[in-house]
Every structure is written in C-alpha cells, then in structure tokens.
Ligand binder design. Structure first.
Ligand SMILES: [Zn+2]
Length: 245
C-alpha cells in the first residue's frame, strides 16, 4: 500500500472512524490535496496554456515591498493575483487601491490571518466577511477568490467560502520565500517548478509573498522575491495573467 492509497483509505473512513492524524494533516495542509473539498490550482483544459504563470502574492499590501512590486509588474505588463489580509488593507488603503487600479486581481486571505483549520465555523465566516468588506469598502473590488492562510483548511472552511461566492485557490509551486533562502535558490526552485508543470502540460500557480502576516511597524523585506519576479517577467516564453477561476 503506498502513501496515496493509505490517504485515500483514510479518507473513506471519514465520518465513521475519522481521519488518521497523518492523513488529516495531508488533507488539511498539502496544497494539492482535494480530500477536504475542491480547490482551484491550475487552468483546466482546454484553456491550459503551459506558458501561463499565475504570479500570486500573499499577506499584503506591504508599504516596504508592494510599491516596487507593482512597478515591476506594470513595466512588464504582467498581472498578479494579490491575496490581501484585511488588517493590512486597513493599514495601507492607498496601496490596496493601487493594486486594483493597476488591473491586478485581488483575493480574500482573511482579516487577521489565523489558521482556519483550527477555528470554529463562526470565526471562519467572520474572518472571510471582514476581509471581503474591507477590500470592497477600500478598493471597490469584490474578491471572487479566497486563499486560506498557510493553505490550512478543513471541509467547513471551503464550504463557507463557496457559500460566500468565493473560489478557494491553492498553488502548485511553493517558492518558500518566507524562509528567505536567498535569490539564487529561490529562482532555481521557481524555475524548476515551472518546468515540471510544463512537462505535464500544466499552467503554473506560483506562491510568493509581498508581505508577512506578522508585518507590524517593521515590515519584512521581500527583496529576493522582487528579484525573482523581475527575472521571470523578462522571459519572453512565459505569460502572466491574473487568475480568473
Ligand atoms: Zn498568508
């Protein structure tokens, strides 16, 4: 029995025996897992163009990084998908408006960035609603996409999001930029991920961060992330549309 069979077997036991701890961790946290409900990861056929790279940026906006990121994307005519934290939108309303005004897609990344797999349904709903309201009131845009913080979810989280008209979006390339591995290693990981997806005829959905969920008065630097974006958008063999799931 391989690990997938074990996970599938454990999934079949939901409701009677409950998920084994390892399988629950898989279903709740692994980006590609569909065990806790359907999520959007890549462009389905026949729209899949393997040159497509969806650049996604979580946790912003950040006064330290987002302006330069917008400059880089704008100069290249690239569109990003920004999963905004409500609390950060209230701190930087003009930046959030700039993201929308410059034609990028915005998504809901909750209000305060908790791990929703461990929160009661009422808190999940409140987090999504507060973020949605803040983005609408600040920018005039109504997000149609939702990304759970840490990618952590359980079936109720995805159900609540769908009921609110939000499509849950995960990713298929984990850059790991929150751990600051350095520019070279970050770029290598991203380029390998794109190549891997292309070999399988898939579009790429790249998880990056223009902020940190911990951003307070001393926001994290995302200089390496910005250099990676700069390197990617220069490539003529790739295209960078927003996500329209
Ligand atoms: Zn996040």
């Amino acid at each position: 029995m391989n690990s997938i069979e074990i996970v599938m077997g454990a999934a079949a036991a939901v409701g009677t025996l409950g998920l084994a701890a390892g399988a629950w961790q898989y279903a709740a946290n692994v980006p590609a897992s569909q065990l806790f409900g359907r999520t959007w990861i890549d462009e389905p056929e026949p729209n899949a163009d393997k040159r497509t790279v969806h650049l996604t940026f979580d946790d912003g906006p950040s006064a330290r990084n987002t302006p330069e990121l917008l400059d880089i994307l704008g100069a290249a005519g690239a569109v990003g998908t920004f999963f905004l934290v409500g609390n950060h939108v209230r701190r930087h309303p003009a930046l959030a408006r700039r993201v929308v005004d410059e034609g990028h897609t915005v998504g809901n990344h909750t209000d305060m960035h908790p791990n929703l797999s461990r929160k009661p349904a009422a808190r999940v709903q409140a987090e999504l609603e507060a973020c949605q309201r803040t983005i609408l009131d600040t920018t005039g845009a109504v997000p149609a996409l939702f990304r759970p913080p840490y990618g952590a979810r359980r079936p109720a989280v995805l159900r609540i999001a769908r009921r609110m008209g939000l499509t849950p979006v995960m990713w298929n390339i984990t850059a790991g930029d929150w751990a600051s591995p350095g520019f070279e290693s970050l770029l290598r990981r991203v380029e390998r991920g794109i190549e891997h997806n292309q070999q399988r005829g898939r579009t790429s959905n790249l998880l990056l961060h223009d902020a940190s969920q911990l951003d307070g008065n001393a926001p994290a630097s995302r200089a390496d992330t910005l250099r990676v974006v700069q390197a990617l958008v220069r490539r003529a063999d790739l295209r960078f549309p927003g996500i329209t799931a």
